[in-house]
Design a protein around this ligand. Structure first.
Ligand SMILES: N[C@@H](CCC(=O)N[C@@H](CS)C(=O)NCC(=O)O)C(=O)O
Length: 221
């Protein structure tokens, strides 16, 4: 019997990107909870197969893969009935990649630079310059959505899944101002209407945002 296993915890934004993809594809999968806050990623099966010990990690019938962007792309290529979520057209795919790499290298890193200090070193005061990374993320996504309803034209792709999982988590540090970022806010509302959004991203994101807010004591210049 075919078994897809996703290792992770739902407060993790890259894990939620994979949950959005799995749900959008209607795939059956097993979710193995790994409590990263307790260091569980450094033990058991996960560390044997993923020396980088990150979640999400996928085990698709013995094929192991990590990094949310790689996992989402793989799942669509392997299991989707069509290429809508990850177009095969060269130029479209290149633009999806640009957004995915933007998420990995800009958005996620802005969040990580703050959350790692909080989770690993119990630091509750955030330097203002670090929150600038989040604000720049908001500004850039607003500009990407200037002429389109999704991040690549008017088509929903895995780029939206990866970016929304990260951007929705930003609210733990800097609330999204709908007046300043109307296109971004409309996109978030559009994403929230997806029938699987709440289960795949909404719930875990709320938990994560609540944790960040409870730990944050001040933003200082
Ligand atoms: N670029 C990776 C980031 C994965 C990542 O850093 N995940 C964090 C949780 S959000 C993690 O596993 N941290 C535990 C560790 O690095 O040991 C992805 O998109 O999957």
């Amino acid at each position: 019997m075919s078994v897809i296993i996703l290792y992770g915890m739902d407060i993790s934004s890259p894990v939620r990107a994979c949950l959005l993809t799995l749900k959008a594809l209607g795939l059956k999968f097993e979710f193995k909870h790994v409590n990263v806050l307790a260091g569980e990623q450094l033990t058991g099966e996960l560390i044997k197969h993923n020396p980088q010990h990150t979640v999400p990690t996928l085990n698709d019938n013995g094929f192991w893969l990590w990094d949310s962007h790689a996992i989402c792309a793989y799942l669509v290529d392997k299991y989707a009935k069509n290429d809508a979520l990850y177009p095969r057209d060269l130029a479209l795919r290149a633009r999806v990649h640009q957004r995915l790499f933007f998420d990995a290298s800009v958005l996620y890193m802005a969040l990580r630079s703050i959350s790692q200090a909080m989770f690993r070193h119990n630091i509750s005061i955030v330097p203002r310059e670090k929150t600038q990374g989040i604000i720049e993320g908001y500004v850039l996504i607003e500009s990407f959505l200037e002429k389109s309803t999704y991040l690549v034209d008017d088509r929903l792709t895995i780029a939206d899944f990866c970016c929304v999982a990260t951007v929705s988590s930003f609210a733990g540090i800097v609330d999204l101002d709908a007046k300043k970022y109307p296109k971004l806010s409309a996109w978030m509302e559009r994403m929230k209407k997806l029938p699987y959004y709440e289960e795949a991203n909404g719930r875990g994101c709320k938990k994560y945002v609540d944790i960040l807010k409870s730990r944050l004591t001040a933003i200082v210049s």
